[in-house]
Design a protein around this ligand. Structure first.
Ligand SMILES: [Zn+2]
Length: 145
């Protein structure tokens, strides 16, 4: 069961954007913790079970194979303040998340903070326009955006 936090487990065009994103945040004085990059199908199944057939609250609507994390094109981050993860999204914390989202977009990533369904401030991805089904079939996002 793999639930990686390493950028090395992302596809190269995604990894390059993620690295640029992290560098831009660092320059802006924002420290990020990567909480997830690649998740294998077994790990996704365990996550999907949480809050359904296993204890805990529901944390994903994606079944195994239906998360972009399963295809190495997504990462989740959380900002750190004084070494503590900032999960709050209100007031100044909301502004911080907005800034992080904008820096991710400037680095060529898609930010799930803009999504109207399943909006997720922590989630960034680069699919090169490919669908989950195309990625599952082995297609790989192009190097150039
Ligand atoms: Zn995510």
């Amino acid at each position: 069961m793999v639930n990686s936090r390493s950028l090395d487990d992302l596809l190269p065009p995604v990894r390059a954007r993620a690295q640029a994103f992290l560098e831009a945040c660092e320059k802006a004085g924002i420290k990020l913790l990567i909480t997830s990059t690649f998740r294998d199908l077994e790990s996704q199944a365990a996550l999907y079970a949480q809050g359904r057939t296993a204890p805990g609250r529901i944390v994903t609507n994606a079944r195994p194979g239906k998360s972009y994390h399963n295809w190495r094109v997504a990462l989740d981050v959380v900002p750190l303040r004084d070494g503590q993860a900032v999960w709050s999204t209100v007031g100044a914390d909301g502004k911080l998340w907005e800034k992080i989202g904008a820096l991710g977009e400037a680095a060529g990533l898609e930010w799930a903070g803009r999504w109207t369904t399943f909006r997720e401030l922590a989630h960034f991805q680069y699919t090169g326009g490919l669908s989950i089904d195309a990625l599952a079939a082995g297609e790989i996002p192009a190097e150039a955006a």
